[in-house]
Design a protein around this ligand. Sequence first.
Ligand code: FEO
Ligand code: CA
Ligand code: CA
Ligand code: CA
Length: 666
Amino acid sequence: MDNRDISMFGNKGEAFEAADDTPINPTATPTLGDIINTRFGRRDAIRGALAVSAISATAAPMLLKSGQARAEDSRYVFSEIEHGVDETHHVAEGYTANVLIRWGDPVEADAPEFDPMNQTPDAQEMQFGYNNDFIGYVGLPLGSDNSEHGVLFVNHEYTNEEVMFPGLGKQDNAGFTGMTRDLVDIEMSAHGCSVIEVRKEGGTWSVVPESEYARRITMRTTWMELSGPAAGHDRMKTPADPSGSRVIGTINNCAGGQTPWGTFLTAEENFHGYFWGDLDAGHPEFENYDRYGVPGNWYAWGKFHDRFDINAVPNEANRFGWIVEVDPLDRNSVPKKRTAMGRAKHENAEMIVNGDGRVVVYTGDDQRFEYLYKFVSDGTYNADDRAANMDLLDSGTLYVARFDADGTGEWLALTHGEGPLTAENGLDSQADVVIETRKSADLLGATPMDRPEDVEPNPVTNKIYVNLTNNTRRNPEDVDAANPRAENAWGQIIEITQDGDDHAATTFTWEILVQCGDPADAEVGAIWNSATSENGWFSCPDNMAVDGKGRLWITTDQGGSWSRVSGSADGVWGLETDGELRGTGKMFFRVPVGAEMCGPRFTPDDRTLFVAVQHPATDGTSAFPGFERNSTFEDPATRWPDFQDGVPPRPSVVVITKDDGGEIGV
Ligand code: FEO
Ligand code: CA
Ligand code: CA
Ligand code: CA
């Protein structure tokens, strides 16, 4: 979420727009002179004279190539689908997209069937949660590349009570008058993660019932351990946990990542939204919370659970905003919040094993003017000893990126005692540095970005891709080389090359792969390869996946403003990164009205693509001809995927296969 249309949500909607309800990063500084130099110098050098037109803010649509490239040479071999929006999903011809599991479907043994008129917290605790986002897959047995039997790990990012619960309508922080304790508890149980076992038989995927792996991890009941530098620190202690080392639940799990030792990383994103209260300006955590927008007042949880009231339990909000590691193979395992990777509104946590064996995790902090991070472990990955890797993520170096106007950049270490990260600046230890990751990054002079969403290393090429989804608050005087458009409603994708192809390197080079938006609208300032068709461009890149051939696939989240930024529903696009076609998009899949496209994940054989259709019927529907209303349980813009009277829309994981059983896009 994050990109919602304020008008349709009132107070809560405003709060939902992640970057709207929190102060803009105070250290965001304009570098206009730099940008002009960069656009002349760098683009001119890299792209040829054509790119010089990019200098002019009023230039015609900016295209990378001038017609040399031919779309029929695409590495993405499928018939492109068309932009558009309607009540259902669409996939390229010759492919089948089936719903694998929906909100409310049974996950754990003995889970009751979904009954939308009689939901209970205990039922939801065992059923598939709401708003599926990240999807991870490991083949079974562990270590195999089995692409027809495995464990699927899914995040449940947040809840939309207006389409979940009958008779409620949109709630807002004027009082959440319709919210009861039971509804709040259902919401808490609908957050977290699901682990399911899946199998492909006769070409069709299904969920294995009563699996030994099947598990719900929820906000309401699942104990987790805090590990790394902040664990046990006084700022992490609460009345329920005087040790500062244990916490119930994980929250707003957006995207994530997976490790080569068969665990999943799930990223806590907009944790601020779940807290309410009014901390006194003199409180020791006031500035810290202010920097993260705590309290966000998005939900009524503080009404029934003291720990979401920052006046009652002031330290609780320090226990969220982390990357959590889950072992899916042991349903009794205790998930660990790995504090060494910092506290932020983490979009994701994608890992790659570096050439020297150390593991490197890339993560974006998804809010306007926030930063891009990476973590480099101290220890090295041991392919022969799973247990030896289990605490690799507890010690290492956290870095934040600075993008320089000449196309180079530097990773700045967030290490206590170095540079400004000292007691003089209120940082007494590495625990303080990770708890106040944003402040520490401010002090180092990191580059404020246009909302870093997914960050994906490509293991085939070693390049790293950064989806910057949009930033409508960037003013003309605030643009810089990496964030070159003011009032950027469309986003851009940056490609990073680490110096020496070393993911532990502290220096890198970078360039913008595409500037998203409509290339036919000169005012947008989009940059695509001219081979891109009228359906191949997109806006607001969010998640992505790299397939086994090193091809990049992008999914989008235009939020409430989709009708403004593309007029099409969100979806999946292939995006060329190399050769003559570099910068060419091609549309493969489209979601139903009001949904966002999350979680793309290929099986190792590239014959299956899992995707997550999040919040169908909710985003931006009021603006689209034919829908023109804000959805409720009783009157949703679509009842996808069931299309049955009385059954609300249901976020679902969809599994895409090619009808001839072949590899996707080949
Ligand atoms: Fe939860 Fe940044 O999307
Ligand atoms: Ca998003
Ligand atoms: Ca989302
Ligand atoms: Ca996202």
